[in-house]
Design a protein around this ligand. Sequence first.
Ligand SMILES: Cc1cc2nc3c(=O)[nH]c(=O)nc-3n(C[C@H](O)[C@H](O)[C@H](O)COP(=O)(O)OP(=O)(O)OC[C@H]3O[C@@H](n4cnc5c(N)ncnc54)[C@H](O)[C@@H]3O)c2cc1C
Length: 291
Amino acid sequence: MYPSRFRYEAPRSLAEAIGLLHDGGDDAKVLAGGQSLVPLMKLRFAAPQLVVDINNVPGLDYHRADADGTLRIGALCRHADLERSELLKTTQPTMASAAPLIADPIVRNRGTLVGSLCHADPQGDWASVVLALGGSVVAQGPRGIRAIPLADFVTGPFQNVLDPDEIAIEAVIPAAQGTRSGGYLKLERRVGDFATVGVAVALETSGETVTRAGIALTGVGGSTIGATSAAGALTGVPLTADRIAQAADLAAEAARPRTDHRGSAEYKRHMVRTFVVRLLSRTDAAAERAA
Ligand SMILES: Cc1cc2nc3c(=O)[nH]c(=O)nc-3n(C[C@H](O)[C@H](O)[C@H](O)COP(=O)(O)OP(=O)(O)OC[C@H]3O[C@@H](n4cnc5c(N)ncnc54)[C@H](O)[C@@H]3O)c2cc1C
């Protein structure tokens, strides 16, 4: 199908883009990678009257670490940039393992992490990863700049707290306070598919003690789920087999899967439990204790 008729603008500065969105109000949409917006427009599930393409806005295609280790991912940083990133491979195991699992190479070449967070698809992989890492989204609009923790950013399926004239300019991952470990596992029917079940685990350890834990679930509820009780069971104590089993049970309890053509709710819950055990058992902290 063809999209409904719309006006297309490709501003060359952030200020111009924000001005266009402000004038367009509820009928305007930002276009970043276009890998979710364009299919929705073609299916006529979205029919914006104004599309503001931010691809000509300079200086948004970065991902970099500040001196203290805080990671910043600009609004035009593509999934493929993150897949190829040496910085992620050496400092961000959860992100590095998720990047190659997003869609297929064609989508990864255009789609953006920030766009994925804004799209707020319950099956979007990046939201779980960023939630597990305690990340946030920085938004800029006519009233200034604000940082929104991801836990508060997504309000439901395909919904976020951005005002119509705000642009998400970057995602921010806080610096680790200890040694980082973790990963992302995804059950998909075939390579490149959306997640039937996805689990993100992000740990920080100091000596034998887990100083921070984040666990988040993809595809097993109406929106991305932060398994906070499961993460809480790991924090402040060493990573033992008992703690891992307890966290896996709590994460499975936090899941809200539905039975569908991809599997029964019980099967999906079982996969959450299995993935949590697998991810936690392969962390450096667990490996050291098992040795
Ligand atoms: C075939 C296919 C398979 C896919 N498989 C997966 C998968 O396995 N896992 C997965 O996570 N995703 C998957 N996706 C989605 C893909 O990751 C998209 O790239 C992503 O969801 C949206 O990023 P985008 O940059 O393309 O955003 P766009 O499509 O440009 O925008 C998406 C939405 O976010 C808004 N938006 C985008 N950027 C901003 C911004 N900076 N500020 C404010 N609002 C903004 C737009 O207005 C729009 O509402 C798939 C897509 C396709 C087409």
